[in-house]
Design a protein around this ligand. Sequence first.
Ligand code: AMP
Length: 365
Amino acid sequence: MSGSSPAAVPALQAGATIGILGGGQLGRMLALAAARLGFKCHVFSPSPDSPAFDVVHRVTAADYTDTDALDRFAADVDVVTYEFENVPAETATFLAARVPVLPDPKILAITQDRLAEKNFVTRLGIATAPFAAVAGPAELAAALERVGPAAVLKTRRYGYDGKGQMTIKNGSDPAAVFRELGGQPCILEAFVPFEREVSLIAVRAHDGAVECFDVTENEHRDHILKVSRVPARLSEADRREARRIAETIAQKFAYVGVLAVEMFVLPDGAGLLVNEIAPRVHNSGHWTIDGASVSQFEQHIRAVAGWPLGKPIRHGRIEMTNLIGAEVEDYRRWLTVPGAAVHLYGKAAVRPGRKMGHVTQVFPE
Ligand code: AMP
């Protein structure tokens, strides 16, 4: 991937239509931010009960491989973006032949594959946990020799919220773990005894300008983000390094829009390791809606519209709590908490592990 900028796309006029692939809560919050700036949104999602459908101008409920529906969608919108990185690369490429698609679909091919992503990051001189490709059980033993006995085996594709990954400890049967992950191509990573997990949300504009939000500290429960806190407890050197990492990745991809970089903070001031890149707005950036002068959603819309980025100013110390599964039933209590901003995603079915909403609290610093 080159570091050059894609062909300049003229800035959209207010009133233009932004196409969004994917209809989850991220698409919903992108559409709400777009509406505030005077844009219309058309959301394309295979699921008829997509949370984003409730808040947009036009919807298409069709499969990502339905080329007739994609053609009509392309004809109706001025630019296409996505809220979901597992949009088939062919869908994005099909659309890109008809209408600008941002960020560049080539980026999906890298970020959809944990191995390609780790190779990409490593080639930029950015540290990750030691890793090895594992195509089958025969390679697993050799990979464990290389990476170490405590490791995490992850499917190369379609992993999220801890799905498609298993920890291997001394004594686990590697072949059984591999089978349990469905026998798919995997990546083995050394288990990182991290002190904490952080993420940085960055946005890059067409002209190469980059803005970063303050580093966020993330607490997971059962592999799902539970609480984000800002500012993260981090040394000044690590704070600068987190920015440098995100900027380097954004520039190398000639990225347009918001991306998130998830990182592990090593104990004893030993620095940062990149865990994952998300080529989209991210759950750990939801605090920016209520906690900053411009949100990650608005920054993304500004970037894909060719508008100037905002300079984010944080309003205080922030705590964002996800409402997961049945926790959403607690929303009435949250409504009475002074200063709490409650967000519900309008999902009808409550399922364990499903992100149903979030609450942001801003405290004086
Ligand atoms: P991921 O799907 O790669 O973002 O991983 C989900 C979560 O699993 C991370 O947020 C970490 O809490 C944990 N995890 C992932 N990879 C590792 C690793 N190599 N070492 C330790 N914990 C990990």
